[in-house]
Every structure is written in structure tokens, then in C-alpha cells.
Design a binder for this molecule. Structure first.
Ligand code: URA
Length: 201
């Protein structure tokens, strides 16, 4: 069902309230002890494209905004190269709280936060999901019935997969995580050409 802008805003607010109060999360104590904020997501609630990363890093947990550190700068630059404004898209993560030392998210963390991401997808109803990194790729492809297509990200990036959701057709494009491009200009070049594919969609 398509919601009004007001309803979408309210549904997102409910998600925020629930994540803020998520005391049974293994990351809750770390959040409170470090005066961190949960990072819900940012952008248009009716975006055609949704970017999904892994989990907030240090800058994100301090500000409550996704992709606002170095990886975020790369994401912004990539969006600019293909003429897409950040406010036109929706950007979020699977895991909404920062894992200690920015380690990879654990299966139990993905399990507890994943349903919030599922609800965000249902609210925004994007036509395209661009996953950033292998965790988001694995989660989204499994959720959307594409699990039999999963290969290592080196073989998946820039490929476009078509599938169905409860609200209609969707395309999924796995991308490398922008963090990898911070120190690797080859990955940055790959990301640039994959963003050109995204723009063509
Ligand atoms: N890495 C992510 O996966 N998400 C962020 O929000 C920031 C860095």
C-alpha cells in the first residue's frame, strides 16, 4: 500500500523510537557508554533509489547521520559524478548502532536490526536498491529471493538483478563499500563505472 508523505514520516519516526529503546540489542550498552546515537537513515521517504550500507562508524554514531565520514564523502562524490543529489535518495544501514571498533556486524546484530530495514524498504518503496558492501548485498539478496545468485562481491558488483517485492518490481545492484575505496583507487574507479550503470537504470 502506498502511504502519504505524512504517514511515511510517522512510520519512520516509529522505527526511530523503537531503535532508540532497543535495550535488548547487543550494541545498546556500547551506544549508551559512548554517548553514541543510533543511525536510522536519511533522505527522501519516497526515493527511487535506496542505498544500504553495513553499520554506522564513529562519525555516524556521533551525529546520528549515515555515511557522514570518509566513506560518506566518497558516496557524495560518486553521486555527484552521475548528477544524483543525496537528498533525492534514501541512505541507511542494516545495523543501526555502531559496532565497537567498527568491526563487521555479527549475525545476531543483523538479525535484530534487519526487520527495521525491511520496514524502511516497505515505507520508501524504492525501485532500485544499491547495496554497499558484502553484508548489505547478502542481506538484501536473501530477503528479496535472490539468494541463489549470490557470489563473492568481486563477481557481483555492477550487475543488475530484477526481483519482486510486496509493492512491485525492484532492481538490486550490488556495489563495493565506499570504505574500500578510501585507500584503493582501483576500487574507486570500479565504483565510478558501477555508478554510471546505476544512473542508466
Ligand atoms: N559505513 C557504513 O556501512 N555505514 C555508514 O553509515 C558509514 C560507514
Amino acid at each position: 500500500m502506498t502511504q502519504t508523505a505524512e504517514q511515511r514520516k510517522e512510520l519512520m519516526r516509529q522505527i526511530k523510537d523503537e531503535v532508540v529503546a532497543l535495550k535488548n540489542s547487543p550494541l545498546y550498552k556500547f551506544r549508551i557508554e559512548n554517548k553514541n546515537l543510533p543511525v536510522i537513515g536519511e533522505g527522501s521517504h519516497s526515493a527511487k533509489i535506496m542505498f544500504i550500507g553495513e553499520a554506522p562508524g564513529k562519525n555516524e554514531a556521533k551525529t546520528g547521520r549515515p555515511f557522514c565520514g570518509r566513506a560518506g564523502q566518497i558516496l557524495d562524490d560518486l553521486l555527484a559524478t552521475v548528477g544524483i543529489k543525496r537528498e533525492e535518495v534514501y541512505v541507511t544501514n542494516i545495523v543501526k548502532d555502531r559496532p565497537p571498533k567498527n568491526r563487521d556486524p555479527l549475525p545476531e546484530e543483523i538479525e535484530i536490526y534487519g526487520p527495521f530495514l525491511d520496514r524502511q524498504i516497505e515505507i520508501v518503496q524504492p525501485k532500485i536498491i544499491a547495496t554497499l558492501g558484502r553484508y548489505a548485498m547478502g542481506y538484501v539478496m536473501n530477503k528479496l529471493g535472490l539468494e541463489s545468485e549470490i557470489l563473492p562481491i568481486g563477481k557481483m558488483h555492477g550487475r543488475v538483478f530484477s526481483t519482486k517485492t510486496s509493492y512491485g518490481k525492484i532492481k538490486v545492484i550490488p556495489l563495493y563499500h565506499p570504505c574500500v575505496a578510501v585507500y584503493n583507487s582501483h576500487t574507486l574507479d570500479i565504483l565510478k563505472s558501477d555508478f554510471a550503470i546505476l544512473k542508466d537504470l
